[in-house]
Design a protein around this ligand. Structure first.
Ligand SMILES: [Zn+2]
Length: 182
């Protein structure tokens, strides 16, 4: 029977864990076959992009190992979840971080993302999401330039003189316009 009560915070966190595990298994399947603990993760091939992140396996999720264990940071910041560059979950997380960062620049959004997640080629992924975000595109659009009307005939003649005076005086030479020394 379906439960009709609102979704709790714990349930949302569990769903996020399930999605992260699914995405990691889809993209890092070769490593999951071998991974039964931190020791086994450390013997992965040197060519894998995750190798340099010193990965650890916690609760079925691959996280960054690192050297920040004794810092006062939160657990999520010390061991961010590793995500691939291209996946729907990565895009959704970046989009949410972009909204949390008040639709700010790619650098600021990346800072917010890195507080909890370690995305491979993160800056490229963030720029891709921001480039396709309609709100950010509208916000970062260049202002339109108003096309000026055509000049009336009297302005045209005066404008010729004015441009002549300007062009010649900036060249450092003295010229006369309308009989007056400039
Ligand atoms: Zn945006």
């Amino acid at each position: 029977m379906l439960q009709k009560s609102p979704i709790s915070v714990e349930e949302l966190a569990d769903v996020k864990k399930v999605l992260v595990r699914y995405v990691q298994r889809q993209n890092f399947s070769l490593w999951f076959i071998k991974a039964t603990g931190k020791t086994n993760l450390r013997v992965l091939s040197q060519s894998s992009p995750v190798k340099r992140l010193d990965p650890i396996l916690v609760d079925g999720i691959i996280r960054v190992g690192g050297r920040l264990e004794k810092t006062p940071l939160s657990y999520e910041a010390r061991h961010p979840v590793i995500l691939p560059q291209v996946s729907c979950l990565t895009d959704i997380i970046i989009r949410q971080c972009n909204v949390n960062a008040a639709l700010s620049s790619a650098n600021h959004t990346l800072t917010v993302v890195c507080q909890r997640y370690c995305i491979l080629k993160a800056f490229v992924a963030v720029r891709h999401v921001i480039k396709n975000c309609p709100q950010c595109r509208r916000r970062n659009a260049k202002p339109a330039q108003q096309i000026m009307a055509e000049l009336p005939p009297q302005e045209c003649s005066w404008n010729c003189h004015r441009s002549l005076m300007w062009g010649l005086t900036t060249s450092g030479r003295y010229w006369f316009a309308n009989g007056v020394a400039i």
